[in-house]
Design a protein around this ligand. Sequence first.
Ligand code: 5AD
Ligand code: SF4
Length: 468
Amino acid sequence: MKLPDYKEARKRTNSTVEKEIYELDSSISNIGAGKKYYIKTYGCQMNEHDTENIKAMLEQLGFAEVDDYINADLVLLNTCSIRENAHNKAFGMLGRLKHLKEEKRELIVGLCGCMAQEEKVVDEIMHKYKWVNFVFGTHNIHRLPYILNESFNSMKQEIEVYSKEGNIVEGMPVKRASKYKAYVNIMYGCDKFCTYCIVPYTRGKQRSREKDDIIEEVLKLKEEGYQEVTLLGQNVNAYGKDFSYNYNLENLLEDVSKTNIPRVRFMTSHPWDFTDGMIEVIKKYPNIMPAIHLPVQSGSSKILKLMGRKYTKEEYIELFDKLKTIPNVSISTDIIVGFPNESDEDFKETLDLVNYCKYDNAFTFIFSPRVGTPAAKLEDKITLEEKEQRLYLLNETVNKYFLENNKKLVGQKVKVLTEGTSEKEGMLFGYTETNKLINFVGTDDLIGKIIDIEVTDAKTWSLDGKVC
Ligand code: 5AD
Ligand code: SF4
């Protein structure tokens, strides 16, 4: 049994990160034969991509996927810790699984992802959820076949969570959710330690993947017919800072662009590490999409300081203005309201900033204290009602600009990667270069292709169009 330890998770050392190649021991390669699995994923793209690896590993073991947990022999929850509600959702699901397990004793239940890295969660699983069969963390996903095998053999609760990040594991199998666009991890972990954020504890020290491994993956995807890659990391702009040689996101974007994969995206950016060189590369290569996710978190320099974001409102605006020189760029953001001691004046500064930036998209949240982070220890005098009121006002403001920006596109021709049939009956859907959802009428042979669409109508969260 290996349990999470926050003290260990907080440590950052200069120890070199080794590369390890995933291998499956043939003696266990059949343990899932005839069995069905269901996996529920919470949280960010990183988790979604981990799930793609987990699914492929399970299928190598003989398991087959089902889309309803009621029919599964193995249910796995890939969890998220970022805010309390993600946490509550996972525990709610565990409640439903408990009932199912009472009827179906042979059901195997596992929990992985960021919540597995939390001391408090694992303690609760060990004491109040003894029926959960196994838990593993974000640093040892590649160990799943062995943990599962152990769990089948011992029938005891297996807990294997490493608090210190391990090697970078290459060669993991992957079952991708899409045939046209793919996530490619370029780095793991985060060293920024924003004071509200649990990620540096749950995902460990920043570790960049080697350029050659990334390029090889992109080239393979291109060969398989993929049209788009999203380079993933918690803070991609810091890519390469942990290398002993000089190679950074500017260089990587250029090299990935030169593979000639039709579309390259990257996320998430931290304003602190965004260089002029990166902006020039984005401008230079037409297959690097002009869509930038640039979380601001707050428009008040006082709150930004308390958040440990390392930039002021003015510095953010300076960067924002530079990014706006990229032709047709769309900029999205993340904003937290109700950070401890955020005054009405601070909140007003956030609204002012939104009125200046007029974002194309924004993800807005109420501050959620995460145990173990410095911000969770701050005294908080703001009532939940006040926070909800701020969120409401903020959403009203950001939504206004989504619609305003979308309306500007009506009558224009945009390039769209068609992804499939839309939720809107009889229509297809896809995303523009600027990452806007667009619905249009078209034949199925357009799916997987990048085509020209004329925008005919604009809504707050989507566009309508017609094939040109
Ligand atoms: N409370 C609320 N929102 C948070 N985020 C991260 N941690 C917290 C928290 N404790 C938000 C940030 C980040 C996004 C992924 O989630 O806005 O950019
Ligand atoms: Fe969290 Fe800040 Fe790292 Fe983003 S940059 S993952 S908000 S600590």
